[in-house]
Design a protein around this ligand. Structure first.
Ligand code: ATP
Ligand code: ZN
Length: 716
């Protein structure tokens, strides 16, 4: 299948078998329909064959094989178009060379037959099912012209229609390939280290988790893994879109599809070939094509009403003037045929999904994973963006700056209390406190019955006494806050430090101040967002109000909501949506998933390697570069602009030609040439988006050959 009209046809015939067409899903670019597992495959195939289309079970064939099948279909279409055009031309020549019309007409009949070869079966089905589509429009126009004795015109229209079908499938193929190219990034072989120390080549699919593989300089990394030995610069552009290579050393994660630049790495395999970040991204982008955005649905609905209306209009133009006013039949039938051809909605119907896919493919290349065209649409009309503080606005790597004992205690006691509670903590603040204590020679003695209170802190029992630590809010809840504690905490929170209170039954015993550096690019990124017209920038945090306000002031946020529990963040999103309209939530996926889920658009950042972030978000920035946000918004607006241009252009052109047709100033073949020209223009306009790439984070030349350039060339 190649267009929405055919999807509609398929829904009508297969839907009842599947128990409702909402149980079917369609991937136009790959010509793939997915049916529920419980329905009879042969019945589906039989039903589809009645529509003039043909169904075959989907085989998980390789990209290469699918490419081959697609190129065969394209070749067939091109050959048909070429033959039909050649025959039409021959008809013209013969018509002039001979006095009799017969030789010319024979060639023209061939042109019609060949040109409509793939169209007629579909047109017949459209008649039988009373669902007129563009195949029917074209067939009626061609046979109408022949009935009128305009064989030459019938031949030209058939040839041009065949040509436009061939061009359409070629352009869809181009967009599809851009997506497929994403998957082609993994190398065919991995160098697996065997027990005896030798290396053996193996397909990535055969490498088990836990195996060790070697990557030589210049090679692509075959699987996701952790570096065991070695150090090297790695170009992560294929995944994150970052143009500057990243230094990878022992213990760091590397991703399949990225390129090892200069060192030898020994890597422990962490994931099966089908589960790498790259595989996930490729799969999600492919699935995303099946989800229709709002504009696309609008175009679907529009053409569903449009085609029958046009047919009725054409019948009226053919019949009414001759019947009512006694005008010439053949002239008005001809005008109505022109009207039919010109009203073909294909330019409209093909360009929108193509534009969306092109935009998604280039976003993926820029390191922005979009999980459906709809999300790009939302991104284009954002009025506000909310950011999570820790890990999103800041680096998420806090360090302890000060430990303060209150009421004459000593720092060591406070640290011992804190480490007893944090002993097994995975919270970044907890890790920082443990590191700091370890550096001072304090090993944690874990407390008993440790309870972690998400968004607040931790409590437990040490030497038979209750001990706790946590946020200002938590201290207040425990009734432990005194004016003295408050003043001390406020003083420590200066310049945006986080302050954790440590206490026991008697109250707050001390305070720990931690600082988490703000991302270096945060200020630039926010400024760029304002420039892009985002009206409100909001920061959400579970941290203390004083801390939140200082960080926000340093960066110029409009609003801070602090001391939020993870579930409060979700509610805050509802409030923000009521106040500001369409609001996105940017987070790192750690305790902000509820907020992302309830926002208009959930954006995860630094998503490479964090599966949950990829899964819970609508849109994921694979790198942790905040400046991508402004690029993304610009990109989504470019996409909407192209779609609007295309729709406006197609409708305007049709309107002009319709008027010309009624005024008898248009010919059949002029009409189809205009239709084809329109289709081509909008398609190329849409495909332009394939070229959109993100500006690199820094302009500096790294002196390394950039493999992502080769990748870009392959796409072009
Ligand atoms: N394990 C812990 N150790 C120390 N403090 C904690 C711990 N857990 C929670 N807190 C306190 O609760 C506050 C909120 O914690 P939460 O994990 O919700 O936010 P966060 O991830 O630090 O910040 P943000 O909401 O900006 O992402 C922290 O700022 C801290 O004061
Ligand atoms: Zn058309």
């Amino acid at each position: 299948m190649c267009c929405v009209e055919e999807v509609r046809t398929l829904k009508a015939v297969v839907g009842p078998l599947a128990g409702g067409d909402e149980r079917l899903s369609f991937d136009l670019l790959n010509g793939k329909m997915t049916v529920p597992a419980d329905i009879d495959g042969d019945a589906v195939i039989a039903a589809v064959s009645r529509t003039g289309m043909e169904a075959k079970p989907w085989e998980c064939t390789s990209v290469a094989e699918r490419d081959k099948a697609n190129s065969r279909r394209q070749l067939l279409q091109a050959v048909l178009a070429g033959l039909s055009g050649g025959a039409a031309l021959l008809g013209q020549i013969l018509g002039q060379a001979f006095q009799a019309p017969l030789p010319g007409q024979m060639a023209e009949a061939v042109a019609v037959a060949v040109g409509l070869w793939m169209v007629l079966p579909k047109a017949l089905h459209a008649v039988r099912s009373l669902r007129p589509d563009m195949n029917l429009l074209m067939s009626v126009a061609v046979f109408g012209a022949m009935a009128q004795g305009d064989w030459m015109e019938a031949a030209t229209v058939s040839a041009l229609f065949a040509l436009s079908l061939a061009l359409e499938s070629w352009s869809a193929e181009r967009a599809r390939r851009a997506v497929a190219a994403l998957m082609d990034l993994t190398p065919p072989m991995a160098r697996v280290k065997e027990a005896d120390g030798d290396e053996a080549l193996a397909a990535p699919e055969e490498v088990p988790v836990g195996a060790v593989f070697v990557v030589l300089p210049g090679e692509r990394i075959p699987l996701d893994g952790r570096v065991l030995v070695g150090e090297s610069m790695v170009d992560q552009a294929p995944i994150t879109g970052e143009s500057v290579p990243v230094l990878k050393s022992v213990g760091m994660e590397v991703f399949a599809g990225t390129i090892n630049a200069d060192g030898v790495l020994e890597v422990e395999n962490l994931k099966l070939a089908g589960e790498t970040t790259l595989a996930k991204v490729a799969r999600l982008v492919e699935e995303a094509q099946g989800k229709r955005s709002k504009v696309e649905r609008w175009v679907d609905r529009f053409s569903a009403i449009y085609t029958p209306v046009v047919l009725a209009g054409a019948v009226a133009v053919a019949m009414l003037p001759p019947l009512a006013l006694g005008l010439d039949w053949s002239e008005w039938i001809y005008r109505s045929l022109v009207l039919l051809v010109i009203s073909c909605p294909c330019a409209l119907v093909i360009s929108t999904p193509l534009t969306v896919v092109a935009a998604m493919a280039s976003a993926a290349r820029a390191g922005v994973l979009v999980k459906g065209g709809e999300y790009l649409e939302t991104a284009s009309r954002l009025s506000a963006i909310a950011f999570d503080k820790t890990g999103t606005v800041t680096l998420g790597r806090p360090t302890v700056e000060r430990v303060m004992a209150l009421d004459g205690g000593d720092e060591g006691t406070i640290l011992r209390l804190a480490t007893a509670l944090e002993a097994r903590s995975t919270h970044p603040l907890g890790r920082a406190i443990l590191d700091h204590a370890a550096a001072g020679g304090i090993a944690p003695t874990p407390a008993e019955s440790i309870q972690s209170l998400p968004g607040k802190g931790i409590c437990g029992i040490l030497d038979g006494k209750t001990v706790w630590l946590g946020s200002h809010r938590y201290a207040v809840e425990r009734g432990a806050e005194t004016p003295a504690v408050r003043d001390a905490a406020l003083a420590l929170a200066e310049s945006g430090r986080s302050v954790v209170a440590v206490g026991d039954d008697t109250g707050v015993r001390g305070l720990i101040a931690l600082s988490d550096p703000i991302r270096p690019e945060a200020a630039t990124a926010l400024a760029a967002l304002r420039q892009a017209g985002i009206r409100k920038l909001i920061m959400l945090t579970g941290d203390n109000t004083a801390t939140g306000e200082r960080v926000a002031a340093a960066l110029g946020f409009d609003l801070v909501l602090a001391e939020l529990l993870p579930e409060d963040k979700g509610e805050a999103m509802d409030d923000l949506a009521r106040q500001f309209g369409t609001v996105a939530m940017v987070g790192d996926g750690v305790n902000d998933a509820p907020a992302m889920a309830r926002s208009s658009l959930g954006i995860a950042m630094g998503a490479a390697g964090t599966d949950t972030a990829i899964e819970t978000s609508d849109l994921a920035l694979m790198s942790d570069d905040l400046t991508r946000l402004a690029w993304l918004i610009g990109h989504s607006r470019r996409m909407m602009k192209v779609i609007r241009q295309n729709i406006a252009f197609a409708i305007a052109l049709k309107a002009v030609f319709m008027v010309l047709a009624i005024l008898d100033m248009a010919t059949l073949w002029g009409a189809i040439a205009a239709d084809m020209g329109a289709a081509l223009l909008v398609v190329f306009n849409g495909l332009r988006l394939l070229k959109a790439t993100a500006a690199p984070r820094s302009e500096e030349d790294t002196g390394l050959s950039s493999p992502s350039k080769a990748f870009d060339q392959r796409l072009a």
